[in-house]
Structures are given as structure tokens and as C-alpha cells.
Design a protein around this ligand. Structure first.
Ligand code: BGC
Length: 388
């Protein structure tokens, strides 16, 4: 520093400011990458009907942070590492509760009682016909007008030496949304030291009912939500998928993906075949279908997504039989993005593990019936890493 002259001081100041700005832009690993777990809590807002909503952030000390609000159990922010060790937010979300309440395409939410569609909102159980709300054209979608994405869950944080968890509970009363039975639900988000988020869903009922819970995060692994997700490379361990009618209800046939744009058995860019002239791509306005996951006992890896430019990789591990892959075809530049701008067409994708759509009306599909005395339990793990 002995050659420092007064004329150099403004330049040095600018350099110092630039260094600070660069450090703030990405969330770098903390100096020690030894795992330490923390659950941070703050108040988030109040719903129009006066319920207070809290925000919890699960922190694993290597850089991953998962922020969840008790409204809808929504994951509002989720950081993941790129090839340089930078942790950035990779899920679409809003700035505040008002925006989630006003209009959301289920960003980050827990979906229930029934993830996906039920034709005409009707089904029969134990000789009785039930009519659910029709909130998606002629069909019922994602639990109806006020599904599990729009209720306030009770949260309880839990911490061990190797995990940070948030246990969310909700009692859906008999008749809520038209569904039978008091359904007692627990959804647990558990963050591990290895950048995995394990989601376990549990439910029990006092009357025969149907249930199909899932998680509706929209991912964009680039961390830049102005970009589409068409360059992400997707692999789906599914030799078959479920073709749909024009209202996105499965026709009931299980169709091989081989030789169709729906073949993701070997990784390919989401955008590679999306514009091929294909009746099913036309009906879905792109990919918006349920893949029939290759069967296996228990948990298995069913999907993997890599964003080549950043190296970010997401693997989905589940015990569910199906996965709805939806690539943001209905995002249309009208929803506000934090920091300014709006979410454009195909700037996020969802990988929703679940039972098949319209199962209550499709006897050949795996059953979604839950009876008193039974325990509904399913698990999905979102595993982040850097692609090799
Ligand atoms: C459905 C889409 C729907 C989206 C948001 C997805 O699960 O498959 O059709 O537009 O959720 O509502």
C-alpha cells in the first residue's frame, strides 16, 4: 500500500463496492461447510379471514435453505448449488402473502385432497356418488376451490444433529370440498446434510374416502426466472404414459412412450421434441401428462433433471406409481416476479409425484381409496447435486 496516492482512493472504493455486490448476488457457501441445522421462524402475514401465517426456513449449513409458509405449506424459496458452489433460489414464487392469496398456479404448494383431475368432479364410493367442485373446465382439479394449497397448516419445527424438519398438520373436515370423512393429514419436510428434501405425506380418515397428495413446486434450475426451462435435460424412468382427452382427463389407456415425444427414458432437453406435431402435445398444450413410472418395490429414482449451463441437478425419488410432468404451458406473463417483471411462458416445470389422475373413475388404475383404520403414507425425495 506504500504507493497509494489520493487519486487512487475513489477507484479503490468502487472496487470494494463491486466486490461486496458480487458477494451478495449469489449465496456462497458459508466458510465452514460442516453441517449445522437450524430452523428460523418469522411471521409472514395475515389471510383475508384473519388467520396469521408464519414462515419457517430450514437451513442445513452447507448452503441449502428451504423456506416454507404455513399458508398452503408453500415452499416460497429453495436454494440449490451450481457447479461453482453458488446456492441460488431455484423455485418460482411470489413476494408476499397477498400475491399467493390473489392468484397462483399452485406455486410451491401442498396439493390435496386430490392432486390432479377428477372427471366432472364425480366419483362413487361404497355405493354413494359424490360431487366435488368443478374448478377446471368441467373437471375437479387439485382439491377444488379451496384445496390444501389455500388453508393454513399448523407447523412444528424439529431438529436433530443430521436434519432440520417442519411438520405440518391439517384436519380436513368431513364434507370439506365435497369429500367424505374427516381426513387428518401430516406433511413433513425434512432437509438433510446432503441437499435432499424429503417430503412425507400421511393421512387417516374416519370414513371411506379418496386421497392423493403431492407437492407443486415449479423449478427453474438456471436460477434466472426470465429464462425458459426448455434447455433443461430431463430423464423419466417411465416406459408408458397416460394420453388425455381435450380436458386433460386420461383416456384410460396406458401407452408406450417409445417412438413418441413422450420418451424421456434417455435424458433429452425438454424443448427438443415439444413442437413436434403430435395430438397429445396439442391436447396438453405441451407436456402436461402423467407418466406411468416403471414399477419397483419402495423408493426408486424416477426422474432426473440437469441444467447444463449451471450444472445443477435434481433427482426425484419416490414410492408413487405416477408423475405429472407439467412444463409451465399456462404461465403467460401475467403473474408478478419478485424484483420486477412477470413469469413468462414455460419458465418453470413441475414434477408432481402421485397416483394417476381420475383414478376414482378408472378401476384399472392403482387405488386411491383410504379406509378407516388404514394409514396413507407416501414419500418423495428431492435430491439436489451438481451433475458429473
Ligand atoms: C396441471 C396443469 C395445471 C397446473 C397448474 C398441473 O398439475 O397438470 O394442467 O395447469 O397444475 O394449475
Amino acid at each position: 500500500m506504500k504507493n497509494l496516492t489520493p487519486t487512487m482512493i475513489p477507484g479503490l472504493l468502487l472496487l470494494a463496492i463491486a466486490v461486496v455486490l458480487v458477494q451478495c448476488k449469489s449465496e456462497k457457501k458459508p466458510p465452514s461447510s460442516a453441517a449445522f441445522f437450524e430452523v428460523r421462524k418469522t411471521t409472514y402475514g395475515t389471510t383475508p379471514d384473519g388467520q396469521s401465517v408464519d414462515q419457517y426456513t430450514l437451513v442445513n449449513g452447507t448452503g441449502m435453505e428451504v423456506t416454507v409458509i404455513t399458508y398452503g405449506g408453500i415452499i416460497t424459496r429453495w436454494t440449490a448449488p451450481d457447479k461453482d458452489g453458488n446456492y441460488d433460489n431455484v423455485v418460482l414464487g411470489f413476494d408476499n402473502l397477498g400475491q399467493y392469496v390473489a392468484k397462483t398456479p399452485y406455486f410451491g404448494a401442498i396439493i390435496g385432497r386430490y392432486g390432479n383431475r377428477i372427471a366432472k368432479g364425480q366419483f362413487s364410493l361404497a355405493g354413494k356418488t359424490y360431487q366435488l367442485e368443478t374448478n377446471n373446465g368441467p373437471n375437479h382439479l387439485h382439491g377444488g376451490v379451496k384445496g390444501f394449497d389455500k388453508v393454513v397448516w399448523t407447523a412444528s419445527p424439529q431438529q436433530t444433529d443430521t436434519t432440520a424438519s417442519l411438520v405440518l398438520t391439517y384436519l380436513s373436515k368431513d364434507g370439506e370440498g365435497g369429500y367424505p370423512g374427516n381426513l387428518s393429514c401430516t406433511v413433513t419436510y425434512t432437509l438433510t446434510a446432503t441437499d435432499a428434501l424429503k417430503v412425507t405425506y400421511q393421512a387417516s380418515t374416519d370414513k371411506e374416502t379418496i386421497v392423493n397428495l403431492t407437492q407443486h413446486s415449479y423449478f427453474n434450475l438456471s436460477g434466472n426466472f426470465k429464462k425458459t426451462i426448455l434447455d433443461h435435460e430431463l430423464m423419466l424412468a417411465a416406459d408408458n404414459y397416460l394420453p388425455v382427452d381435450t380436458t386433460l382427463i386420461p383416456t384410460g389407456t396406458i401407452t408406450p412412450v417409445a417412438g413418441t415425444p413422450f420418451d424421456f427414458t434417455t435424458a433429452k432437453a425438454i424443448g427438443r421434441d415439444i413442437d413436434i406435431a403430435d395430438d397429445q402435445l396439442t391436447k396438453g398444450k405441451g407436456y402436461d401428462h402423467c407418466w406411468v413410472l416403471n414399477p419397483a418395490d419402495g423408493l426408486r429414482t424416477v426422474a432426473s433433471v440437469v441444467h447444463p449451463a449451471t450444472g445443477r441437478q435434481l433427482e426425484i425419488i419416490t414410492d408413487e406409481p405416477g408423475l405429472q410432468f407439467y412444463c409451465g404451458n399456462f404461465l403467460n406473463g401475467t403473474l408478478p416476479m419478485p424484483g420486477g417483471g412477470t413469469y413468462g411462458y414455460r419458465t418453470g416445470f413441475c414434477l408432481e409425484t402421485q397416483h394417476y389422475p381420475d383414478s376414482p373413475n378408472q378401476p384399472a388404475f392403482p387405488s386411491v381409496i383410504l379406509r378407516p383404520g388404514e394409514q396413507y403414507t407416501t414419500t418423495t425425495i428431492f435430491q439436489f447435486s451438481v451433475a458429473k
